[in-house]
Design a binder for this molecule. Structure first.
Ligand code: AMP
Length: 298
């Protein structure tokens, strides 16, 4: 899009206004210097950062907005992207990059009473879903003939109210299924948030998209990573490599006044670090510092 007054290209980004992806999208953008604090009635937000405007909309409107070039790019769940692809809609929309949040899976779930034990038992049954194209594709590939009813919300209630024997819905923690007496039978798709754009992106905004995605990837790379500093005896350095993942190429510095010891700096996965702290202590590591990393660039 071109800003008619300033004559400069402006990037228009579609974001989910409310729902599972909106919080993660705003958090990621704010780590990239965008200071967004959308209010309930904010539908269009102008930002000075990277000449970017944000359109706050329903997530299922986003692929269509990009396809018709109302917006240049958007953040949606991969589940929605695949559903639109398989249903033949918005074929001009493509994934630019994966954003590593809003992880979930699209699964078929059935009631815990055990009447449906295998996917073959779905033959002749009715399955409720908001993802009819993905489900249809899965059933076809598995040679199953079942009825599909489309629901745009509260899919998990379908068996309870007697309109379906199974559901095909997004699962994150599994709490919703459990609360409704359902168990997963098959996973159709693993999904996460993705940055999408038009296949033939107009050249005037291409450089802004590249810069934005560079910032996204720098933040994503640093996620769950810690910068670890510790003191250790030189003789134990070899053991450290086995204990601390990521320690293949550490920075090693002299420790003033302690000729037998060194200071080690290394980037490590946060979760792995907690699991290894006991082993680090066992080999005599001391003065251990763990610092959050905001961004990582090659
Ligand atoms: P959970 O109880 O954590 O398994 O979450 C399941 C409920 O949240 C279902 O109603 C899903 O439709 C919805 N849900 C979970 N993860 C996502 C996601 N990434 N995107 C959209 N909806 C989701």
């Amino acid at each position: 899009m071109i800003d008619k007054l300033a004559g400069e290209p402006r990037l228009r980004v579609a974001l989910q206004k409310s729902g599972k992806l909106s919080e993660g999208s705003i958090e990621l953008l704010n780590k990239c210097n965008f200071n967004l604090h959308p209010l309930k009635n904010h539908y269009l937000i102008h930002s000075r950062e990277l000449n970017t405007d944000f359109l706050m909309v329903r997530d299922d409107d986003i692929p269509g907005f990009i396809d018709s070039r109302v917006c240049d790019i958007g953040i949606i769940g991969e589940n929605l992207f695949v559903e639109y692809q398989l249903s033949g809609r918005n074929q001009n929309v493509e994934i630019i990059s994966r954003l590593k949040f809003a992880h979930c899976r699209l699964s078929i779930a059935v009631t815990v009473d055990g009447l449906i034990k295998t996917i073959a038992d779905l033959n002749g049954k009715t399955i409720a879903t908001s993802y009819p194209a993905i489900l249809k594709d899965y059933l076809y590939k598995n040679n199953i003939s079942a009825n599909i009813i489309v629901m745009h919300g509260s899919v998990e209630l379908a068996p309870k109210i007697g309109i379906a024997q199974a559901v095909c819905d997004l699962v994150s923690t599994g709490t919703t299924l459990k609360e409704n007496g359902l168990i997963e039978l098959a996973v159709l798709l693993e999904s996460e948030a993705v940055l999408v754009g038009h296949r033939e992106c107009t050249s005037d905004v291409q450089s802004i998209i590249r810069e934005l995605d560079f910032r996204f990837q720098s933040v994503i790379k640093a996620k769950n990573k810690k910068y670890i500093m510790l003191h250790i005896e030189k003789a134990k350095l070899g053991l450290l490599k086995d204990i601390l993942p990521g320690c293949e190429a550490p920075t090693i510095l002299e420790l003033h006044g302690y000729p037998d010891k060194v200071v080690v700096h290394v980037v490590s996965e946060d979760t792995l670090f907690w699991n290894t702290i006991t082993n680090l202590k066992k080999i005599g590591a001391s003065s251990i510092l763990s610092i959050a990393i905001e961004k990582m660039m090659d």
